[in-house]
Ligand binder design. Structure first.
Ligand code: EPU
Length: 376
């Protein structure tokens, strides 16, 4: 569970010293989220480097404040009342460091770096392993937390170390792959040890000169003509293809318009026993073969939540007040402009209740909630 690579400490502690930390008060959080929703944080602080993390934690502990660590705000719904505690933003002065380990490259990146920039950096150097994770909004620090995944890759496949401040012991630790306990959209950080760690750097193990992953149907389809000519797409072509597919689905980082004011998939794809398929087919009035699904091991299947939502009567563009379902993908809830968190939640509940009524499946929300009395 501890220092194997031992390079994290160097990267993050070398941030250039700055003047005294600023603890700002009553800072509106909406601009820090991709939903563009949410009231103010009682305290807000942006830290760079390990010494500043410790200083900010000292401030929080002295005042016994609740603490929330903010990344890119791309998987977050903040309440209209805001958050009566400290929001800590881990800034990006730390940057990247490439090291070698045999045939592999160890790319160590500070938590505050923009994720898509890191993917492009790797792709441009010919490092394979994260090319299908192009165009995902958010920062590096969030990638191990929810085990970001898309188009046939999961970030956990490449993570060899997460450096983090442990609020329980008051020390920095290097957690290896095993210690992170990754699963589908899950890790130690958002499950059993939720709230315990402040991630400050992540090390990805990549393959220089490696082939791009071509696992997902949408990506393979994109290159159909190229395959017919016997040509293999490059890492950069896969990066561009994934960005273009994400754009068509309204899921591209930085995408404008109402479809861009979302938190990506609002619900996780539910995993159910394959024995449940016949009843699901009856409820959807289709044949079991027509149910979109992916094998999930141990007699389980992962269903497409977007399909369940559509079958339950919610279609692209459906609006309730200023909250809506994306016009490009049924799994994204969007802010049409000035939507409140309450409006988003009313739509969420309507969708979840409808899916539960029709299929007896309880959808699970993906975005983290901040400033609500319960976390879900
Ligand atoms: N579908 C619909 N309606 C739609 C969109 C999709 O019915 O509007 C059905 C179709 O049957 C389609 C299936 O859902 O074949 C799967 O759709 P898609 O390929 O878009 O993937 P997804 O399962 O909806 C997941 C991730 C995305 C990730 C994509 C691609 C989750 C919760 N979501 O979405 O991740 O980009 O696969 O790998 O696992 C995110 O987590 O925020 C996210 C965007």
């Amino acid at each position: 569970m501890t220092a194997r690579l031992g390079i994290g400490a160097m990267l993050y502690s070398q941030a250039v010293p700055r003047p005294a930390l600023k603890f700002q008060e009553f800072i509106p959080l909406a601009p820090y989220t991709t939903f563009r929703i949410g009231g103010p944080a009682r305290f807000f602080c942006e830290v760079e480097g390990e010494a500043e993390v410790e200083q900010a934690v000292g401030f929080v502990k002295e005042r016994n404040l609740p603490l929330f660590v903010l990344g890119g705000g791309s998987n977050l719904l903040v309440s209209d009342a805001g958050f009566d505690g400290m929001v800590l933003r881990v800034g990006g002065a730390a940057s990247k460091r490439d090291g070698r380990e045999g045939e592999s490259v160890l790319l160590e990146v500070g938590a505050g770096e923009n994720w898509d920039d890191v993917v492009l950096y790797a792709v441009n150097r010919g490092y394979a392993g994260i090319e299908c994770l192009a165009g995902i909004p958010g920062d590096v620090g969030g990638t191990p937390v929810q085990n970001v995944g898309a188009y046939g890759q999961e970030v956990a496949e490449t993570i060899v170390q997460v450096r983090a401040y442990d609020l329980e012991t008051g020390a920095f630790v290097n957690l290896d792959y095993e210690a992170c306990r990754f699963g589908y959209r899950r890790s130690l950080f958002n499950a059993e040890a939720r709230g315990r760690y402040i991630v400050t750097a992540v090390t990805y193990k990549l393959r220089p000169g490696g082939e791009p992953a071509l696992r997902y149907a949408d990506v393979k389809r994109h290159f159909a003509a190229q395959f017919e000519r016997g040509e293999k797409p490059s890492l950069r072509q896969v990066y561009d293809a994934v960005r273009s597919i994400r754009e068509q689905k309204g899921m591209l980082a930085g995408q404008g318009g109402p479809d861009g004011r979302s938190a990506g998939s609002f619900f996780k794809n539910p995993v159910v026993p394959s024995t449940a398929l016949p009843q699901i087919a009856v409820n959807a009035e289709c044949s079991p073969e027509d149910i979109p699904r992916y094998p999930a091991g141990d007699g389980m299947v992962k269903l497409a939540a977007a399909w369940l939502v559509e079958q339950s009567g919610f279609h692209k563009g459906f609006a309730m007040g200023r909250a809506a379902i994306s016009s490009r993908h049924t799994l994204a809830l969007v802010n049409l402009g000035d939507a409140t968190a309450a409006e988003l939640i009313a739509l969420r509940d309507a969708v979840m209740n409808a899916v539960n009524r029709k299929f007896a499946i309880q959808l699970e929300q993906e975005p983290v909630m901040l400033g609500f009395s319960s976390t879900r």
